[in-house]
Design a binder for this molecule. Structure first.
Ligand code: ZN
Ligand code: MN
Length: 503
């Protein structure tokens, strides 16, 4: 099929270990000054010897098992030789022809609907290089500094087969991979630079282009979408796609041809003489996997009655899935469905809009908000308003009020004939005792009376049989009650009042 998009990914993930891959230096470097987490080993000083961190191999094997890969009976480390200032030894210790694991798969939701298997070619373990920091200005001269804090952090490189057929499938693969690694407790996606992606992309029948160094989840879809357009435009104009390496410029959303054209053989790989081959196959039987995203998704559907799409969203992120279960835990029977819709349909959108993540929301406060909705104290519309106040208070570092307090302060209590006169204290105490009130004191009726007086024309139209006039009047009443009125009640009472007028 000419014209088909073909994508394969190479994903580098930092394993969330306490110390580096071949030395005891701490991996918790992000808030510290440059070159403060270094030692002779990770600085590559002559005579220093690498000692393998057993934990990082265990972590990598957890990933191999979760991605259905086979762990090789024997794997080995190799030296990948190249010269670049971020590489202090002038070689990277990685794995080449004997990787840790081969031949697995990960299931994603394919573009055609349903589950789709993306095959995994291999998983290998390697060390992260250091990091260059570019300084200076064009006028006064540019220069680069190098920080070796990152040098020696354990990485796994996960290589997929070219099984994805669109930038969107590539994004789904990455999201699923991230979720899986987080469920395995081997990876923290919140840490800056913890994931880096190289993507191979081609249009079937043409040469393949490698896009290097994509450092964000959104960046992958952007970079690939740019490439699809660029390559298709070349072909449309009768030109050829060059086989080349390009870099993704995140800020501009484009890829750019890069001059360096290293070929595999330039690296002069050879077995690392300072490390013994790995025989870890027998560890596999002792590795117990936790519940993974697919299993949790199915459990959310059967245990809580979540829809497939919502269950996919909720379990597609470990923190979100944990949040959901904490929120419903006080009373799963009454809260499960309400929490499902409010988190998937409302909360996620409000968080994205504010560039916030789920850690910003106190599950107990959210359960409280759902309680107010379930007891009919507030309308859905007011519920959204309360949620927005909660998120804004957190974002602006203000003291966070409880949902019930926000409802009282903003006077958002649902206006209806049955709960007039309630206060925050007696919402929970309310137990079938109807407050004594006459219908005349109902604020909805008051609002209706005012609206009917203010819009005689619309009343006339209604009497002449124009249905639109009724909706207009409902809208005016909702406006007067600032959205706090129960729409069903407004409809009923308005119809009653209009009947009286008509009589
Ligand atoms: Zn070190
Ligand atoms: Mn690599």
């Amino acid at each position: 099929m000419d014209g088909q998009v073909i994508v394969g990914l190479e994903v580098h993930c930092q394993l969330d270990t306490k110390s580096k891959l071949f030395c005891g230096c701490s991996t918790d470097y992000r808030s510290d000054g440059p070159n403060t987490h270094v030692c002779p080993v990770c600085l590559g000083l002559p005579g220093s010897m690498p000692v393998l961190n057993r934990r990082s191999i265990e972590y990598a094997m957890r990933v191999a098992k979760a991605l259905n890969c086979s762990v090789l009976e024997e794997s080995e480390f190799s030296r990948k030789n190249y010269f670049y200032p971020d590489l202090d030894k002038a070689y990277q210790i990685t794995q080449y022809d004997k990787p840790l694991a081969e031949g697995g798969y990960l299931e994603i939701e394919g573009d055609e609907g349903g589950e789709k298997r993306i095959r995994i070619t291999r998983i290998h373990v390697e060390e992260d290089p250091g990091r260059l920091v570019h300084m200076g200005t064009a006028e006064r001269g540019r220069y680069s500094l190098v920080d070796y804090n990152r040098a020696g952090i354990p990485l796994i490189e996960i290589v997929s087969e070219p099984d994805m057929r669109s930038p969107k499938e590539a994004r789904k693969f990455l999201n699923k991979l991230r979720a899986t690694l987080e469920y395995l407790s081997v990876f923290d996606s919140e840490k800056e630079g913890s994931l880096r992606v190289d993507a191979n992309i081609s249009i079937r029948g043409s040469e393949r282009v490698e896009v290097k160094n994509i450092t964000s989840y959104k960046g992958v879809e952007k970079a690939l979408t740019f490439e699809v357009t660029r390559q298709k435009n070349l072909l449309r104009r009768g030109q050829k796609v060059e086989r080349e390496t390009r870099h993704f410029l995140e800020a501009r959303g484009i890829t750019q041809s890069s001059r360096s054209k290293e070929q595999e053989h330039d690296y002069r790989y050879f077995p690392e003489p300072d490390l013994r081959p790995l025989h870890v196959h027998s560890w596999l039987q002792d590795i117990e996997l936790p519940e993974l995203p697919d299993a949790r998704r199915e459990r959310f559907i059967t245990q809580y009655g979540c829809s497939l799409n919502h269950a996919r969203t909720l379990t597609g992120d470990l923190r979100l899935a944990n949040f959901y279960e904490t929120v419903v835990s006080p009373d799963p029977v009454t809260l499960a469905t309400l929490a499902d819709t409010w988190i998937s349909d409302t909360l996620i959108g409000e968080l994205n809009y504010r560039n916030m993540n789920i850690d910003a929301v106190d599950p107990a406060a959210f359960t409280g908000l759902l309680g107010l909705l379930r007891m009919g104290v507030i309308t859905d519309k007011s519920g959204t308003e309360v949620l927005r106040v909660m998120l804004d208070q957190h974002k602006n570092h203000q003291p966070c009020e409880k949902p019930a307090v926000i409802v009282e302060r903003l006077n958002l209590r649902k206006v209806s004939a049955t709960n007039i006169g309630d206060t925050a204290a007696d919402i929970s105490a309310k137990s079938g005792v109807e407050p004594d009130l006459s219908i005349q004191s109902n604020p909805i009726v008051t609002a209706i009376t005012e609206v009917l007086t203010e819009h005689p024309g619309a009343v006339d139209d209604f009497m002449k049989g124009k249905k639109g006039a009724f909706n207009f009047l409902v809208g005016q009443v909702m406006k007067k009650t600032r959205g706090c009125a129960d729409p069903g009640e407004v409809n009923r009472l308005l119809a009653e009042e209009l009947n009286k007028e008509g009589a």
